[in-house]
Design a protein around this ligand. Structure first.
Ligand SMILES: C[S@@+](CC[C@H](N)C(=O)[O-])C[C@H]1O[C@@H](n2cnc3c(N)ncnc32)[C@H](O)[C@@H]1O
Length: 216
């Protein structure tokens, strides 16, 4: 089963290096610019590690892992196992390389596939999905599945733009990059999370929301 966003798969498969430049300090000017212009990405990174509780010894599932920066950071902070999933093959290759370079490859596994068909039923202490829901047309299905795969906490980000921001994203991603993008309101998030998680916190961030949802 595919989530249907073939455009997103094709787009991300071509840009692992550009995407990773957000996190890499190799080009200091680009890094500084990204910190300024893509503030939400840095806010969600900080919130993830602030809100997911104890990481040492935890099992982690990283959905839409991209270049593996979150997976590797979970492993560096002591996670016992990390499974990263992404449907863009070059992103998965990049993640494997970063994990090797950072010396955590023995605790990280990366698989190439759609997040809707993660081949496991075993629950994880922490499930993360940062920058993923932008590309999912039917998030209900995935949130239900994630609630069964989470034993402690699920952390995720969701874009919310005003009219002009949405229009600009639809032109940039939808028309130019052929990759459909989706947006969320606080009310929509409440509707999505209430049936599956007994407690959740919705934190506004630049251009969106960060959600930390707990199972206990
Ligand atoms: C914006 S990037 C975020 C990467 C990473 N989580 C981060 O925050 O650095 C979104 C990633 O989600 C992946 N993705 C989008 N939809 C997916 C799907 N249905 N199944 C698997 N991966 C998906 C894309 O290939 C891309 O690598």
């Amino acid at each position: 089963m595919l989530s249907g966003n073939e455009g997103a798969r094709t787009y991300f498969d071509h840009v692992p290096r550009q995407w990773d430049a957000i996190y890499s300090h190799e080009n200091r000017l680009m890094y500084a610019l990204n910190r300024l212009l893509r503030k939400g990405i840095f806010e969600r990174h900080e919130l993830t590690f602030g809100k997911c509780g104890d990481i040492p010894g935890a099992s982690v599932l990283d959905l839409g892992c991209g270049t593996g920066r979150y997976s590797v950071e979970f492993a560096r902070r002591g996670a016992s196992t990390v499974l990263g999933v992404d449907f863009a093959p070059s992103m998965v290759e990049f993640s494997r390389r970063i994990a090797r370079d950072m010396g955590v490859a023995d605790r990280c596994e990366f698989i190439c596939g759609d997040v809707l068909t993660v081949p496991t039923d075993q629950p994880f202490d922490i499930v993360a999905a940062l920058g993923l829901f932008d590309y999912l047309a039917e998030p209900e299905q995935l949130i239900k599945r994630i609630s069964c795969l989470t034993s402690r906490v699920f952390v995720a980000s969701f874009p919310s733009y005003g009219f002009l921001g949405r229009l600009q994203r639809r032109i940039r991603y939808g028309w130019i990059k052929k990759c459909s993008v989706h947006h969320y309101s606080r009310a929509r998030l409440q509707e999505l999370f209430s049936p599956s998680f007994p407690s959740f916190e919705i934190v506004p961030i630049t251009s969106g929301f960060f959600v930390a949802a707990k199972k206990r």
